[in-house]
Design a protein. Structure first.
Length: 341
């Protein structure tokens, strides 16, 4: 079966023409795809012969909302979505002054094994297709009844471990959902070869790197990927990215009480990025069932940020959204599968 929503307009045109249909029919089908059609019966301006052909040879990927948690504090919405094969993923819809942002998943589960992340505790099942990433945005937009302005690939999974599908997703997003490159951010835990490849593409979207520690020993304890691509190699790739693209890079740093939030850690982090075109996003670590980590105190977060500022490093403490719901990636899925929600 052909994954119709993962096709570009040109690919769809070639496919239908080669299958014996008029060229203009591809534009009609593509328009339905951009409207978020989930069934071929909705495509009322297509002849029955074409709709029957599509039903028999193609499919429309969907991400069906099965659970929905809404924060009473800030209105953040956490979705549990089911895919065609019964697998579950999560997406988070957040409201900012500049519009709605959605954090989507790139994989079912994750291979990276970061110890502070709920997703990794559930293991890895498979990559998401391009269409399944698009479907998350369409489902959330339909649910809230509003246009989504920004997309962050920072949900379940490692986007650069599903590189080709993610790159195709980026190419389709402006046409299918109407979101431009400057409103997209991709997060990675630090797959170094992919950072170089991504830099060479010269795309206008943002790059965020999960750092979480300034030393190899400390980072390897919480992020196994560091044993393959240590901090020195990672920072070299990040500097290549900023030099090549002229774009600022964001480093995510989850502050964990007694682990990586000391003044010494702040100074080491400052030395690591000093002089680089970057921003440090300090994040109070999420509480994850089964993990021993606790978030740093407000005073410690403030002091850490102040130490970086003293060194001329641009840093802010990220505002916590959805604190009263299953905020951490993978937590809602784990609880659902255990029957706790």
């Amino acid at each position: 079966m052909i994954d119709l929503r993962s096709m570009t307009r040109d690919e769809l045109t070639r496919y239908l023409v080669d299958s014996g249909f008029e060229k203009y029919r591809a534009s009609q089908v593509y328009n339905w795809l951009t409207k978020g059609a989930t069934d071929f019966s909705e495509m009322t301006n297509l002849p029955e012969r074409l709709r029957r052909f599509l039903r028999e040879h193609t499919y429309l990927a969907t991400a069906r909302i099965v659970r929905r948690q809404v924060s009473k504090i800030d209105g953040t919405v956490k979705y549990l979505m089911q895919l065609y094969d019964g697998e579950y993923i999560e997406s988070v819809l957040m409201r900012y002054h500049h519009g709605l942002s959605i954090c989507i998943s790139a994989q079912v589960g994750c291979k990276m094994g970061c110890t502070f992340c709920a997703t990794g505790k559930s293991g890895y099942a498979r990559d998401l297709t391009t269409s399944e990433m698009l479907a998350q945005i369409m489902s959330a937009s339909d649910d809230c009844g509003e246009r989504i302005a920004n997309v962050v690939l920072m949900g379940m999974g490692e986007p650069f471990d599903n590189y080709e599908n993610v790159m195709r997703f980026l190419s389709l997003l402006p046409d299918t959902v109407g979101i431009g490159m400057r409103h997209i951010t991709i997060s990675t835990c630090g797959i170094v070869p992919r950072i170089y490849e991504f830099a060479d593409r010269m795309l206008q979207c943002g790059l965020s790197v999960s750092l979480h520690a300034p030393h190899d020993e400390q980072r390897s304890m919480t992020m196994p990927i560091n044993r393959r691509y240590p901090i020195g190699e990672l920072m070299q790739a990040c500097r290549y990215y900023t030099d090549k693209t002229g774009r600022r890079i964001t480093f995510e740093y989850a502050l964990i009480d007694g682990v990586n939030d000391s003044d010494e850690s702040a100074r080491a982090l400052g030395r690591l990025v000093q002089g680089m075109l970057c921003h440090i996003n300090l994040i109070p670590v999420n509480t994850v069932t089964g993990a021993r980590y606790q978030k740093s105190t407000t005073e410690r977060r403030t002091a850490f940020c102040h130490r970086l500022s003293e060194m001329g490093v641009n840093a802010t403490v990220r505002r916590t959204l959805g604190a009263d719901i299953d905020a951490s990636c993978g937590q809602l899925k784990r609880n659902f599968e255990k029957g706790d929600v």
